[in-house]
Write a protein that binds this ligand. Structure first.
Ligand SMILES: Cc1ncc(COP(=O)(O)O)c(C=O)c1O
Length: 424
């Protein structure tokens, strides 16, 4: 017994000695995933000295104003209830599933059942759950570029290859279905589309979405459509007719966010529409990552869906006016070219050929107090562009943008910042 103990102590000491230097590794796929870009870009503003006026932050697609008081009161009332302290259903509260199914049926002109809706903790989580449901490490997902950076980060950390489908300004950044078809092989499991698009603002026409659904259905793929900005477009027509196609339940997964439409990004509420059997399987993912979405905002949202129709339309009109103001502000600066503008975003070509978009954006922030995101954050081949999120910046601020860009582009400033137009 004594000999055994002495031996085991000796072994333990030698294990301790050898493990004291070894450290566990984080998995390589996560280490290789890009860091969240907005904090990096925001940090540039600390060096701005205010010489051109207050900071104009065009970097983040966040609602500029809170929602109406009556909605905040509804949320507060719900938060004060003991019901809101309890776990809810994995798929979200019935009342919200039903209200969102009803509203979506109206928007798309098609019957969407409550059982075909799941509420999630925001649209990013809806995307994460959808991807976990359809693709494994080593699979491929087709991602139009420029892409929404969190989509790429999700795929990277899960070891799923993001295969770029390049978009171009000449085509209005609308994806081409035959180019997509050429990039599909047996490893591709899904195509991701974002419409209205982040970062370009492009709104994909219904016939383009229909052709992508045909492609996905023919090739046995999932078509995941992120419709976060669905409510920020001309609402005379339905965004698309995919839900009227009987194949949709075996092909389409549609994602939505309550963050922008109801100005509640901090409450983290989004939604996913898919066929009932898909929703059931996605429930396994949701149970692990959220158990249930946070309750208070869920409890108040059915009221908001029914009662904030006019407020939402007003917000939409305000954003359309801001888009017009942005066009006007840039008119005197023709070397800064708006290649696309739409719901929420403009995608602007900067005039400094051969200079990285990160350098341009950093100098704009530090020298002019204008924060826009570098195109490079949105995928390969995007260094020529900056993303401008104008939707939540007031018109009096937007009209100053032209003057600041003109100051930025003048020779003295260029010399100071070493931003020479290398095309000259
Ligand atoms: C295309 C897109 N999807 C998803 C999200 C995230 O939305 P949520 O706040 O609902 O997670 C955003 C937010 O900027 C977005 O632009």
């Amino acid at each position: 017994m004594f000999i055994f103990c002495a031996c085991s102590i000796g072994v333990r000491i030698s294990i301790l000695a050898s493990t004291s230097v070894a450290k566990p590794n984080l998995k390589q796929d996560l280490l290789d995933t890009a860091t969240p870009p907005i904090p990096e870009a925001s940090s540039w503003l600390a060096a701005y000295d205010g010489q051109m006026g207050p900071v104009i932050n065009l970097s983040q697609a966040v609602p500029g104003d809170p929602p109406p008081r009556a909605f905040l009161d509804q949320i507060a009332l719900a938060a004060a209830s003991s019901e809101a302290t309890r776990y809810g259903d994995i798929f979200g509260d019935d009342q919200l599933r039903s209200a969102y199914a009803g509203e979506s049926s109206r928007v798309y002109g098609a019957q969407i059942d409550e059982q075909e809706v799941s509420i999630t903790a925001g649209c990013n989580q809806a995307f994460f759950s959808a991807i976990v449901a359809v693709a494994s490490a080593g699979d491929v997902v087709l991602l139009p570029a420029p892409w929404y950076f969190n989509h790429k980060m999700t795929l990277d950390m899960l070891g799923i290859e993001a295969r770029p489908l390049p978009l171009c300004a000449e085509a209005g950044f609308i994806p081409d279905v035959s180019e997509a078809a050429e990039r599909i092989d047996e490893r591709v499991k899904a195509i991701v589309l974002v419409t209205p698009n982040n970062p370009t603002g492009a709104v994909y026409p219904p016939h383009v979405l229909a052709s992508f659904m045909d492609l996905a259905a023919q090739r046995g793929l999932w078509l995941i459509i992120d419709e976060t900005y669905r409510d920020f477009r001309d609402q005379t027509d339905a965004p698309h007719e995919l839900f009227s196609d009987p194949r949709w339940r075996d092909t389409v997964i549609s994602l939505y966010s309550f963050s922008k439409s109801y100005a509640i990004p901090g409450h983290r509420v989004g939604a996913l529409i898919a066929g009932g059997p898909v929703i059931d399987e996605v429930g396994k993912v949701l149970d692990c990552i959220q158990i249930c979405p946070a309750r208070a905002a869920q409890m108040a949202l059915p009221w908001a869906i029914a009662n904030l129709v006019d407020w939402r339309q007003g917000t939409n009109r305000k954003i359309a006016a801001r888009a017009a103001a942005f066009r006007e502000a840039l008119a005197p600066c023709p070397t800064w070219k708006i290649d696309q503008i739409g719901a929420y975003f403009a995608y602007v070509r900067h005039p400094f050929r051969g200079v990285s978009s990160v350098t341009v954006a950093e100098h704009l922030a530090k020298g002019c107090g204008l924060l826009a995101l570098p195109g490079r954050y949105f995928g390969p081949g995007q260094d020529t562009h900056l993303r401008v999120a104008f939707a939540n910046v007031d018109t009096p601020e937007i009209v100053q943008i032209g003057d600041r860009l003109a100051g930025f582009s003048d020779t003295a400033f260029e010399a100071k910042t070493h931003l020479k137009d290398r095309s000259a």
